[in-house]
Design a protein around this ligand. Structure first.
Ligand code: ZN
Length: 163
């Protein structure tokens, strides 16, 4: 947090460049990074590339999905509060209220268009990661009274908060 690249609106990838060597190399580098840091998602600006690529996993056994130029639309007026953290803001956790469901369109790592409906935790990850593409961090949306150092969050959160 503090690097201007995290606050920029990232550029779309022209769909006919998705299969190019530089884009495929960036995707591989992002995959190595998110696995090394044990994250559930990573956006290209977090590795200082201002382009619209995110990697996310909703089930570690199934590996990571690659979304290129994703467009999110809330599918409900309902909202949900979840605890979030961010690899670019280490050592903090906080509660964020977001739409409970989203519709996603975009391109996968092969350049195929896809469409998804997500709710629950996957909807949270999707919104957190795609916010990075618009220069938005979860601390912009966090309930400030909930913001905690990771150590205190682990120590003081009540049992019903535990995931
Ligand atoms: Zn993040």
């Amino acid at each position: 947090m503090g690097n201007p690249v995290l606050r920029r609106v990232a550029d779309p990838i022209p769909p006919d460049e998705i299969s190019s060597a530089p884009v495929q190399r960036l995707i591989r580098d992002m995959l190595d990074t998110v696995i090394e840091y044990d994250g559930v998602g990573l956006a290209a600006p977090q590795v200082h590339q201002s382009v619209r690529i995110v990697l996310l996993t909703f089930d570690p056994e199934e590996g990571f999905e690659v979304w290129i130029n994703p467009v999110l639309t809330p599918t409900t007026d309902e909202t949900a509060v979840n605890t979030e953290g961010c690899l670019s803001i280490p050592g903090l956790r906080g509660e964020v209220r977001r739409p409970a469901g989203v519709h996603v369109t975009g391109y996968d790592h092969l350049g195929n268009q896809f469409e998804r409906e997500l709710d629950g935790f996957p909807a949270v990850v999707a919104q957190h990661e795609c916010d990075h593409l618009d220069g938005v961090l979860y601390v912009d949306k966090v309930d400030h009274h909930s913001l905690s150092f990771l150590e205190e969050w682990r120590r003081f959160r009540t049992t019903e908060d535990q995931d």
